[in-house]
Design a protein around this ligand. Structure first.
Ligand code: APR
Length: 331
């Protein structure tokens, strides 16, 4: 890592709901003094950058914040970015099929990947755009960056939801609830009850001693799996944007500060958990090299089956994307 990591340039590709929150939180967390917002809609990144810069003035922070609709612009674009966080893409519109959305977002991500390749091949790249597992794979493929520097954010968000619900049920701060939600970022994700502890006390022990019932824990597991949808239903327009931004910055902070945190992230497995060349949610250590290690947990039989089923869904999604891309090429 170069010395400029002391003042890294953070580029945010996509200046929508999550992009704007990322800019604000990255500044407040003092992760960078140089934040660039980018978006395909001219005016939006510039407007958000201006608004954020004024918030930083209020907060007494010195942080250069600019926006551009041109990914290849010199200082206002991706050029020489140290960290890139990608939220670019479109939500599903009424009448649009799932395949159409997959194809549309894959095309956006493909273009972002090519821009990363030419403008900032040394960057650490975090993808947030959904469908996450397929989009991060596309970003790695098109950018050509080593997989250890292209990761997806999902597990930290899903785990934060699990921790919040458990903390509420137990009357304990979520800060003292430790856990991991692994697998693909979909309804088949795997909240690992067996790896959950409250300030070191295994959750399993609390179930055995009736501090919390098994049925309550099962209910929380299910609520976690549907946690994104719960927020979409409440908001009516748009999806969660505060916790997703906060979660992605945990990964960025661990990278920039070489913290070597052990976090659930979407990373490319190379034989770990029995999968090769496949992105999915696994426990990883993030440090100055990016993904420095994928940690293998000896799962119970039940968790192994759930994890494998979730990864099968990721494989199917990847296969579906390849199929619709080759069909679109023929037409
Ligand atoms: N380059 C740059 N920005 C783009 C491009 C592109 N090629 N295509 C679309 N965008 C921009 C849109 O103009 C929009 O401003 O991406 C932004 C996405 O922002 P929002 O629609 O507000 O979505 P947000 O809530 O931020 O979520 C972004 O993260 O969690 C996922 O499912 C979510 O895929 C979605 C993504």
């Amino acid at each position: 890592m170069s010395s400029k990591q002391f003042n890294p340039k953070i580029a945010l590709v996509g200046s929508g709901q999550i992009g704007g929150m990322l800019a604000l939180l990255a500044g407040l967390k003092k992760l960078s003094n140089n934040i660039v917002l980018l978006d395909v809609i001219d005016g939006v990144p510039q407007g958000k950058a201006l608004d954020t810069a004024q918030a930083f003035a209020c907060e007494g922070l010195t942080c250069k914040t600019c926006g551009s609709a041109d990914l290849s612009a010199s200082s206002e674009g991706l050029k020489d970015a140290d960290v890139v966080i990608v939220t670019a893409g479109f939500p599903r519109k009424p009448g649009m099929s799932r395949d159409e959305l997959l194809l549309k977002n894959a095309s956006v991500i493909g273009n972002v990947g090519l821009a990363v390749k030419s403008q900032c091949p040394g960057a650490f790249v975090v993808c947030i755009t959904n469908p996450l597992d397929a989009m991060v794979a596309k970003l790695q493929e098109t950018s050509g960056l080593p997989a250890k520097r292209v990761v997806g954010m999902a597990g930290i968000l899903d785990t934060s939801r699990f921790r919040t619900f458990l903390g509420e049920a137990l009357g304990v701060s979520p800060r003292d609830v430790h856990s991991m939600v692994l697998g693909g970022h979909g309804d088949a994700m795997v909240p690992l009850v067996e790896c959950t502890s409250i300030a070191g006390i295994p959750l399993q022990k609390l179930i055995e001693t009736n501090v919390i019932s098994q049925s309550k824990v099962d209910e929380i597991v299910q609520r976690t799996r549907l946690g994104g949808g719960e927020i979409v239903d409440l908001l009516k327009t748009g999806s969660a944007f505060i916790a997703p931004a906060s979660s992605a910055l945990q990964m960025v902070e661990s990278y920039l500060r070489d913290e070597k945190r052990l976090l659930p992230c979407c990373a490319q497995m190379q034989g770990e958990y029995g999968f090769k060349n496949l992105y999915g949610g696994v426990p990883v250590i993030i440090g100055k090299e990016g993904v420095e290690k994928i940690v293998q947990i000896p799962f119970s039989k039940n968790s192994t089956e759930e994890f494998n089923a979730s990864m099968k869904k990721c494989q199917d999604l990847m296969a579906e994307l390849k199929r619709i891309e080759s069909e679109a090429q023929k037409n």
